[in-house]
Design a protein around this ligand. Sequence first.
Ligand code: AR6
Length: 172
Amino acid sequence: MNSCITVLLADITTLHCDAIVNAANRSLLGGGGVDGAIHRAAGAELLEECRTLGGCRTGEAKITKGYRLPAKFVIHAVGPVYSGAREDAVLLADCYRNSLDLARENGVRTIAFPAISTGVYGYPVREATKVAVDTVKKWLADNSDYTMEVTFCCFDERTRKVYEEQTARIIG
Ligand code: AR6
């Protein structure tokens, strides 16, 4: 199987993946940051579909169509608001794992993640990146019967550099 991880500096709304992940909030009704950008690019139909979903718990994920985006699906994951508690990392890892499970259930082969929780939700980039990379690597190992191309889509150079360092690292 040819699963792989790529790090990219880009606007996630421009990516031609089967699915892009949104760093949403529990209402799933839009917001700022990457959430705002995804809703603007997808158009009003995305919000209409999101209204039918009844929100989403922190650490969980829900899927919609991508509408006017080049991506076929949007997977809306709700990251934790950073508090410094041990639970933060558990909930952040849940976001990545649940998004990948949902992606696989929907036949997704290429998926892009933003740096969930590291913007408005205040999660320190280095800590969040370690959780993201370790969780994705473990998921790929646990799903070695399925080919999935994972892209970490960074929006600034500093975050990209941290992802490059972490993905080059061996787990442990
Ligand atoms: N493409 C890729 N990454 C982006 C883009 C983009 N177009 N725009 C921003 N980022 P944030 P959070 C990066 O704040 O911390 C919203 O209001 C950004 O630089 O979008 O999980 C929601 O509705 C940062 O690295 O998400 C929630 O209320 C990363 O995406 C809340 O913000 C995440 O930043 C969620 O906060």
